[in-house]
Ligand binder design. Structure first.
Ligand code: NAD
Ligand code: TDX
Length: 365
């Protein structure tokens, strides 16, 4: 981390932010300030377990290595106070409303968190950065974590890269595109030293069961219908979350200021292929019953459903030396095994408000 001692992670109680925080706690000695509103998808159990494994000095979720700042970025004053308290050398901004189906049901929440929230954070961070002494100011970075969905939808060929024009098509991707533009504007206008990454679909442990892969695993295990939207031929480019975290650390510490990096691991699959692969893994890991694929149930398509995403990761590979370490089959096996071993966590998060809402209700959630 090149001397960066105080790190502010926003959204660190979420899926990707949690993986990042755990990695920082394990592999650095920095203090991690975790700004999160603790929304429906937030959970600190993975972080608590990591702290416990590190020993008594690090143990409390609010202890010396990890400080939770429970703040909603919608509140500009609270955000500014949290940034002052964290006094960071590096900010990694992951907090966002992240689920496309929810953005169709309730777009306003996405504008509040992703657009206004990013604006409040940028203003607070800009004031902080302007007040830093020269040597800390030089080292400081604001890393904005974004998605490939800002580039829209691909046909059968081609891949997204950093020069692809923005063409967001869902309320979620439009709000993320807006946040990307704000971050670039704060760089060009105010000189804030920013780096951006746009990543493809992530999967892995601790992902809230509203996204495709954990939905499929939990439905299949419960013997419930597995909802497959439309014809099941939409393509996503799947990346194991730990490989994304590796890319984030590289881009935050070695990325060029003002530059964006596309992150993806050559993991293109149709949704039908992903669902069938999970069912086959469950047949192997939980033998005895009827084949799990018998539960796959076509349901009405998502409105405005993007057809295909795929990333060309050439820039981050050649400039920063990033390479994914997990292929999709390997990553899916690890993920299915993790969910089978964490039944209690799944029951706990499923019982919370929000699960089964929106389109998940269609197939009997
Ligand atoms: P997540 O929904 O699991 O976690 C998001 C976290 O942000 C939650 O803990 C939530 O409470 C917090 N948050 C949301 N709004 C907030 C607000 N107003 N104030 C404070 N905290 C708030 O999401 P994730 O999948 O971990 O995604 C993290 C980031 O990565 C997002 O910015 C998302 O756009 C981006 N991203 C996700 C993927 C993916 O496949 N999941 C891919 C590329 C990029
Ligand atoms: O039950 C389902 N059935 C189904 O067929 C669900 C939840 C999804 N799908 C389809 C829709 C998509 O084509 O599977 C694909 C993946 O869906 P999601 O897991 O909802 O992800 P997606 O919409 O592709 O967006 C994700 O990747 C990019 C994340 O949610 C975003 O935060 C990220 O930016």
């Amino acid at each position: 981390l090149a001397g960066r001692r105080r790190i502010l992670v926003t959204g660190g109680a979420g899926f990707i932010g949690g993986a990042l925080v755990r990695r920082l706690l394990r592999d650095s000695t920095a203090t991690v300030f975790n700004l999160d509103k603790m929304g429906y998808a937030s959970d600190l159990l993975g972080i608590v377990n990591t702290l416990a494994a590190l020993g008594p000095a690090a143990e409390r979720a609010d202890g010396p290595r990890h400080r939770l700042l429970q703040v909603d970025l919608a509140d500009g004053e609270a955000t500014a106070a949290a940034v002052r308290q964290a006094d960071p050398d590096l900010v990694l901004h992951l907090a966002a409303e992240s689920h496309v189906d929810r953005s169709i049901d309730d777009p306003g929440a996405f504008l509040v968190s992703n657009v206004m929230g990013t604006f409040h954070l940028l203003q607070a961070v800009r004031a902080h950065w302007e007040g830093l002494p020269a040597e800390r100011r030089e080292l400081f970075r604001f890393h904005h974590i974004s998605t490939d969905e800002v580039f829209g939808s691909l046909g059968a060929t081609g891949r997204f890269s950093e020069t692809t024009p923005y063409d967001p098509r869902s309320p979620y991707s439009a709000s993320k595109a807006g946040s990307d533009h704000l971050v670039q504007a704060w760089h060009h206008t105010f000189g804030l030293p920013v780096v951006l990454t746009n990543c493809s679909n992530n999967y892995g442990p601790w992902q809230f069961p509203e996204k495709l892969i954990p939905v499929v695993i939990l439905k299949a295990v419960a013997g419930e219908p597995i909802p497959l939207y439309g014809d099941g031929a939409n393509v996503r480019d799947w990346l194991y979350v730990e490989d994304h975290v590796e890319a984030l650390l590289l881009a935050a510490t070695s990325g060029e200021v003002g530059r964006s990096y596309c992150v993806g691991g050559h993991g293109e699959r149709t949704n039908k292929q992903v669902v069938q692969a999970i069912c086959a893994l469950l047949d192997e890991l939980r033998p005895g019953g009827s084949p799990h694929a018998g539960l796959i149930t076509p349901v009405a398509d998502r409105p405005g459903h993007d057809r295909r995403y795929a990333i060309d990761p050439q820039r981050i590979s050649s400039e920063l030396g990033w390479q994914p370490r997990h292929d999709v089959q390997q990553g899916l096996r690890a993920t299915v095994q993790w969910y089978l071993e964490h039944d209690d966590w799944c029951t706990h998060v499923r019982s919370r408000a929000g699960y089964g809402g929106g389109r998940l209700g269609q197939a009997g959630a």
